[in-house]
Design a binder for this molecule. Sequence first.
Ligand code: LLP
Length: 420
Amino acid sequence: MHHFSYNDGRLFAEDVGIEALAGEFGTPFYVYSEATLRRHFRVFADAFAGADVLVAYSVKANPNIAVLSTLASEGAGADVVSGGELQRALRAGIAPDKIVFSGIGKTRDEMTAALEAGIYQFNVESGPELLALGEIAAALKKTAPVALRINPDIAAGGHEKISTGKAENKFGVPWSQARGLYLAAREMPGIEVKGVDVHIGSQIADLAPFEAAFKKVATLIADLRADGSTIDRLDLGGGLGIPYGEGATPPHPDAYAQMIKRVTKPLGVQLIFEPGRMIAGNAGILVSRVLYVKEGDERRFLIIDAAMNDLIRPALYDAYHDIIPVIKHADRDSAIFDVVGPICETSDRFAQARRLPELKAGELVAVMSAGAYGASQTSEYNSRPLIPEILVSGARHAIIRRRPCFEDMISYEQMPDWLS
Ligand code: LLP
């Protein structure tokens, strides 16, 4: 469910017309619906109502401060993976005791900043990382609350590039080492073991791999308790998929929650979740203008002014995104197009052989479901400036990231003295 819909053949974000935004800000741009962000957060949190749960929104999905502060006002915590994300979460008003820090390569500076902020939990992914964290915490005369992220060796995820739970993946403590590392952790100064963490991948469209992984982790918790460890928390990561208009329909959060309650109830632990895509994905669209309609010998190309630097998911993961016209003309025929951007790479393609209305140069299109891993994965490749982000709330709209000018874009660069 989202709040992007047609009214009289014209696309709206809540009560704001997309055409008007394009006129005001120019294209391309992202637009997010605040009502959708709030709704998705509530659907997820309500699915676990009554249980002891922390929903720590995965900042990487969409780290804009306005998005974070919208979610903070709903009670969201944050799952961060860098010092920058930690600062964003704090700046947006997310309390440190609702922040978990994930990732396999935390630097000493990042660990120090998180310890000083007093975050809720470090999700630690290896022995060497645990040693470093313990040393830093002890030197600061602090104790780091820790869950070890376990690699359950279970395949899941919408694409091999976003699958994380197999033994061959770089993530998590190998299953065979988990018990031993927990025993060692108990002896380490600066470390306090609190729980277990698992995250098996992203855009997961069925419950089976989640259930298999969570059941496996439940057996580990029993073993750890038998070894004398206190395990009060279980972080189940993110990964719940969303509908992209094609492929399998992912389970509703209610079904996900029911399965989890069934598997975890006997454990008596606090549950932590790190949803990203499920909150932000369908709360955002990318709006772009058709530059040219090019008739190739074998294909018709719709060349739009957005490109892979603005939304890399189709190029990187062959991801499907619905593409729809901002103005629907009832009398238009449809045709088959490749929808491409201006960048000098064949992979700069949003859709291949897609049936769309006969769009014309100058008309607007919306690339749907672009709120997660859209703006957060942008670059300035081909010296294309980052594109603006706009937040809509009812009939109001505000720019929440402006379009940089050329001077902004080169402001980090400088001439060596022998050239100037
Ligand atoms: N927790 C951890 C430890 C993660 O690595 C991730 C995502 C999440 C939570 C949030 O997962 P979600 O609920 O959003 O599935 N750029 C890719 C997705 C990469 C996911 C990386 N980790 C894409 O556009 O599909």
